[in-house]
Design a protein around this ligand. Structure first.
Ligand SMILES: Nc1ncnc2c1ncn2[C@@H]1O[C@H](COP(=O)(O)OP(=O)(O)OP(=O)(O)O)[C@@H](O)[C@H]1O
Length: 260
């Protein structure tokens, strides 16, 4: 994406972002309101940028005809998603397979495989409304991967998952990231440390850090002794944000302490 700007009325959610993402698992980190959801929604083609150009899977997301092609080839898990309450898990995932125009003869097996990959095989014929919050989220992940997408966009996929499910989900992320471009927004730096090859840290609609998880961890190690990978990367997250805020305030002449 080039010069990607998203405005919500007077709020600048994304400020002229230039970003290129290749295959692998990309973690999108940042404080509340940083712009992560705004970015994922543009990548999922459910929101149009205010300015800038977005190319996805080699196609122009701004062109109507190309957008339809992109949509068939991507998978998207929004932060909050809806479903018809009468649907079973199988029907919910099959409905998305149909929306993605999967060939009818391939869809039933693809649905079963996706549901199995998220560990819901024993609930495949259960009603969506009978599932726990974590199970609904896993069904959401199943619909995002049912069409074997080349681009997978996951907004806070681990919210509501218990620790065991999170560990399983990270393994699934690494597996799908071997062949697809996966962009995953999360508040949990442990998700990033365990599953992501690259990290983009966003603050106030700008890129505050871009690099590997190892590089983010190394940033934290400058000021803190490493005391376990999750903590070390958390220190890196904080150090990167502080550096970005200091640079931004130097540019505007204000003090970093002015920034909440
Ligand atoms: N529909 C909207 N109308 C007005 N402002 C909005 C709207 N959606 C988002 N914003 C604002 O845009 C900015 C970026 O929001 P966004 O949801 O992209 O952040 P985020 O990084 O996903 O946050 P969180 O971690 O809390 O989910 C915030 O200042 C937010 O208040």
């Amino acid at each position: 994406m080039t010069g990607l700007t998203v405005r919500h009325r007077r709020t600048v959610a994304l400020d002229a972002l230039d970003l290129t993402l290749g295959p692998g698992v990309h973690g999108l980190l940042g404080p509340n309101g940083a712009g992560k959801t705004s970015l994922i929604r543009v990548l999922a083609t459910v929101a149009a940028p205010s300015r800038g150009r977005v190319e996805l899977l080699g196609r122009d997301a701004g062109a109507h005809r190309e957008r339809s092609e992109i949509r068939r080839r991507l998978g998207y898990l929004p932060q909050a998603f809806g479903y018809y309450p009468g649907f079973t898990v199988r029907e919910f995932v099959a409905y998305v397979a149909w929306l993605k125009e999967m060939p009818a003869e391939l869809a039933p097996a693809a649905v079963e495989r996706a549901v199995e990959r998220v560990g819901l095989a024993d609930r495949i014929d259960a009603g969506m409304k009978t599932l726990s919050g974590g199970m609904v989220r896993r069904a959401g992940i199943a619909q995002a991967i049912v069409n074997e997408p080349e681009l997978i966009l996951l907004d806070e996929p681990t919210a509501g998952l218990d620790p065991e499910q999170r560990v399983e989900f990270r393994a699934l992320l690494r597996e799908v990231g071997a062949t697809a471009t996966v962009v995953v927004s999360t508040h949990l730096v442990e998700d990033v440390a365990a599953a992501c090859s690259e990290v983009t840290l966003i603050e106030s609609g700008r890129v505050a850090f871009r690099g590997t998880t190892g590089e983010l961890t190394a940033l934290g190690e400058v000021s803190h002794a490493a005391d376990g990978s999750a903590n070390a990367i958390e220190h890196g997250y904080t150090a990167a944000l502080r550096g970005h805020r200091a640079a931004a305030s130097a540019a505007t002449g204000s003090s970093p302490e002015d920034t909440p």
